[in-house]
Design a protein around this ligand. Structure first.
Ligand code: CTP
Ligand code: MG
Length: 230
């Protein structure tokens, strides 16, 4: 096994405001975590999968993993996450098997991410040895504002991209970057990787890999699924 996918699912989902942690919320008959795992397991080659779950939901995550990948217990494991996404990724990294040399980190909340995006990111890491971020052009005009909302300036959107997951990295360099970062405020893994000197390149992202953050996003996901039979 040369690739591992860490699926971070240990957040509480404050902005979604459901009664369960976000990854365990239902979306048209399957939890967000189940949908994320199904997409990964459809890769045409075996990968290690590490699910990072809230402490109280490790058993639920194990049940979901078992349902999605029966008989693949040695490839799919669940570990307990931390207070921040950064801590959760670090916990996942600690469970990566010794032979793995590419690590993908994925938000369980991007539940509709297609299998092809995992394959594309993995292939790009293998081909370049760089950190790989799937990203989309920014379509809105961007304003820098003060605390009152007053506009201070603008950013050139042509030079900006919105980063998605899965993000992929050479394993040893990602581990070194996490070891060097300690705890941090970085919002994605590419930022941790780049802060330690790693080169990061974007590849085209996918609209359907959007992050389910708010109730509106969950609604949108429902509507997307309405057009794509399971
Ligand atoms: N995540 C995690 N551990 C944390 C925080 C977040 O594993 N301590 C995961 C989430 O489960 C999610 C991904 O990181 O799959 C992206 O985070 P986000 O969308 O912010 O999810 P939450 O932190 O759960 O949501 P919110 O910020 O609204 O509370
Ligand atoms: Mg969060």
């Amino acid at each position: 096994i040369s690739t591992a996918v860490i699926v971070v699912a240990a957040g509480s989902g404050t902005r979604l405001g459901a009664s369960l942690p976000k990854a365990f919320v239902d979306l048209a008959g399957q939890t967000l975590l189940e949908r994320s795992l199904r997409s990964i397991i459809l890769l045409p080659y075996p990968v290690q999968v590490v699910v990072v779950a809230p402490a109280d939901f490790v058993a639920d995550a194990e049940a979901i993993a078992h349902k999605v990948a029966p008989g693949l217990e040695e490839l799919v494991s669940v570990v307990t996450g931390g207070a921040t996404r950064h801590d959760s990724v670090a916990a996942g990294l600690a469970a990566v098997q010794s032979l793995v040399h590419v690590v993908l980190v994925h938000d369980a909340a991007r539940a509709l991410t297609p299998t092809t995006l995992f394959a594309d990111v993995d292939m790009a890491v293998q081909a370049t040895g760089a950190g790989i971020v799937p990203a989309l052009p920014v379509v809105d005009s961007l304003k820098q504002v003060d605390v009152t909302g007053g506009v201070l300036g603008i950013a050139d959107r042509d030079q900006l991209r919105a980063a998605q997951t899965p993000q992929g990295f050479p394993r040893a360099e990602l581990e070194a970057a996490y070891a060097a970062a300690g705890s941090s405020d970085y919002t994605d893994d590419a930022a941790v990787f780049a802060a330690n000197g790693g080169a990061v390149t974007t590849i085209p992202g996918d609209e359907v890999a959007f992050k389910i953050t708010t109730a509106w996003d969950l609604n949108r996901a429902h509507q997307v699924l309405g057009g794509i039979p399971d």
